[in-house]
Ligand binder design. Structure first.
Ligand code: NOJ
Length: 569
């Protein structure tokens, strides 16, 4: 056979292979189960996350001011079992220990948040800067860097200074834009020589909807159909302002990046052949992620939000839409204010069209005209809203790529929980979740999505907001009953470690052995945890019982001696 002929055949064969490989990666095809073995691009960053209120504890220590979460959690009946983050994981006192845990997993980055009232107790930079709070974050950042762990810092993970809530109504008031900008500017000034990744807001959807619509989160307001839109409007403006501040005042010196972290579920049409379901699923995502991402990347709210909320407001006889409007100047000021997108993702919903007639009361949820469904076969080991649906992750990542011009993405949250009472450290379900979700992210990178890093939620079990300590997301189990808050590795620590050291999933044989090996190590941790009540008991004996008995003995002997001496005299 002539050489040219052989070459041509090779060429055709290569083409066929290529086509079938891309077919494999076509995310729009309903391919949901096959596992892809391969590795991540060199330099891909692996991390774990936390937030100030959820882990620090020390709520009133060293000059810290009160946050809306301190106030909310102290009200009886707001949090499951009346838990609060007063002491939580005592992370404030355990920086060194926790960095050792990160080092052991070989994390490339750690995502944490700065508590605004810890460094500005009254919320205002002009009033008082708490240097002890600054020192805490200084030490944390320095120690991370000494251990070659890159800090990714969130400026607002929900803990607004309580004074700003009481005086101005918090995010309902546009004055927060300037106050937040002052706080952010102070953080850039004090920490920006070392911090190169800034996240303005964590999950603004939750701040708006759960804080001002359902009232499940601080500040616990139920301003249905208006409060969440107003809060979101101010948050978007505040984000843009902080980005511009960094851009103008700090970027050339500090050379960092400023992004925002948006959390969203994927919404899949119940019936892929039904146009109304397809549109309902699109609305689900636009009302979730698009609400924030579209102004920031494209300059205004999604058209579908403007149409739906505008129409419903009209039907309710309102003169203007309940969705606030950006002026042309604001639109161009906000557009393009994102150096990278932080993405939080946990789960997926099926979505179908459902009309909410006006007159039943306005709400963010009714505005969307849709119903959410789940497949009862989806695994749900922990939080009642969290079903494991890995294929939704790839779809969401591709959606971001196509809608917002393929931005640089850092996955800032992804993980799964278990119930409080579960003390099994052999967390098979978490290993499975991480394996499958991380693999879908790998497939998305092959699709061309620009993902640069992954952050699992969370490093430690911590205070899960209105659920208190009843749901555990950590790679490390925290024994909250013990005042020292000891940490115990779950099996997923070993598993995640293997993913990191292999930078992905090298081959089937190896990956299949990981779980087995991880389970072998977790049984010894299980024994340690089982011994913990005993240790707690021993501590009580040494710290309370022994000193009390000794003091009593001394007292009794003194009395006895007195009597003896009296008798003699
Ligand atoms: C997103 C929030 O940012 C985080 O604080 C929370 O713990 C996780 N979701 C899990 O619910």
């Amino acid at each position: 056979m002539p050489r040219r002929c052989i070459l041509r055949m090779c060429h055709v064969l290569a083409l066929v292979l290529c086509v079938s490989a891309t077919e494999d990666f076509d995310w729009t095809k309903n391919e949901r189960t096959s596992f892809y073995y391969g590795t991540f691009p060199t330099g891909f960053s692996w991390g774990a996350g936390s937030s100030a209120y959820q882990t620090e504890g020390a709520w009133n220590v060293d000059g810290k001011g009160m946050s809306i979460w301190d106030a909310f959690a102290h009200k009886k009946g707001t949090i499951s079992s009346n838990d609060s983050g007063d002491s939580s994981c005592e992370g404030y006192y355990k920086v060194k220990d926790d960095i050792n845990l990160m080092k052991d997993i070989k994390l490339n980055h750690y995502r944490f948040s700065i508590s605004w009232p810890r460094i500005l107790p009254s919320g205002l930079k002009s009033e008082h800067i708490n240097e002890k709070g600054i020192k805490y974050y200084d030490d944390l950042i320095n120690m991370l860097l000494e251990n070659k762990i890159t800090p990714i810092v969130t400026l607002y993970h929900w803990d607004l200074p309580q004074v700003l809530q009481e005086k101005y109504g918090g995010w309902q008031n546009v004055s927060m834009v300037n106050y937040f900008n002052d706080f952010a500017n102070l953080c850039f000034e004090r920490f920006g020589n070392r911090v190169k990744y800034w996240i303005t807001f964590n999950n603004p959807w939750s701040i708006a909807v759960e804080g001002f619509e359902t009232g499940e989160h601080a500040p616990g307001l139920k301003l249905k159909g208006t409060g969440s839109y107003k809060a979101a409007h101010h948050i978007i403006k505040a984000h843009a302002k902080v980005w511009h501040t960094y851009d103008i005042q700090w970027r050339s010196k500090q050379k960092g990046l400023v992004g925002i972290s948006l959390t969203a579920d994927w919404g899949e049409p119940v019936d892929l052949t039904n146009q109304r379901d397809i549109e309902a699923a699109e609305r689900y995502i636009q009302f979730y992620m698009g609400w924030f991402a579209t102004p920031i990347f494209n300059g205004d709210y999604p058209q579908v939000m403007k149409d739906y909320i505008g129409r419903k407001s009209g039907q309710q006889g309102l003169g203007a839409s309940r969705l606030p409007v950006f002026s042309p100047q604001e639109k161009s000021y906000i557009k393009g204010t994102c150096d990278f997108l932080g993405l939080g993702h946990f789960t997926t919903r099926y979505v179908t069209q459902k009309n909410y007639p006006s007159g039943l009361g306005d709400s963010y949820f009714a505005d969307r005209d849709l119903a959410e469904l789940v497949d009862p076969k989806w695994p749900d080991p922990g939080s009642e809203w969290l079903y494991s649906v890995p294929w939704g992750f790839r779809r969401l990542l591709n959606f971001v790529k196509t809608q917002y011009g393929n931005p640089m993405i850092y996955v800032t949250e992804n993980g799964v929980s278990e119930k409080m009472l579960c003390t099994d450290l052999c967390d098979d379900w978490r290993m499975q979740y991480l394996k499958d979700y991380i693999d879908e992210m790998l497939k998305a990178i092959k699709d061309g999505v620009n993902v640069k890093g992954y952050t699992t939620w969370s490093l430690l079990d911590n205070f899960e907001w209105d659920e208190g300590f009843s749901e555990r997301f950590g790679l490390y189990y925290v024994d909250f009953r013990n005042k020292n808050k000891p940490r115990y590795p779950k099996a997923s620590v070993q598993f995640y470690k293997r993913i990191i050291s292999s930078n992905g999933f090298p081959n089937q044989r190896e990956v299949e052995s990981w779980k087995r090996k991880a389970v072998e190590t977790c049984s010894s941790s299980n024994q340690l945890l089982a011994a913990d009540p005993l240790i707690g008991h021993m501590e009580m004996v040494t710290e309370i019982v022994v000193p009390t008995v000794c003091t009593l003995c001394i007292l009794l002997s003194a009395v006895f001696l007195m009597f003896l001496l009296r008798g003699r005299l």
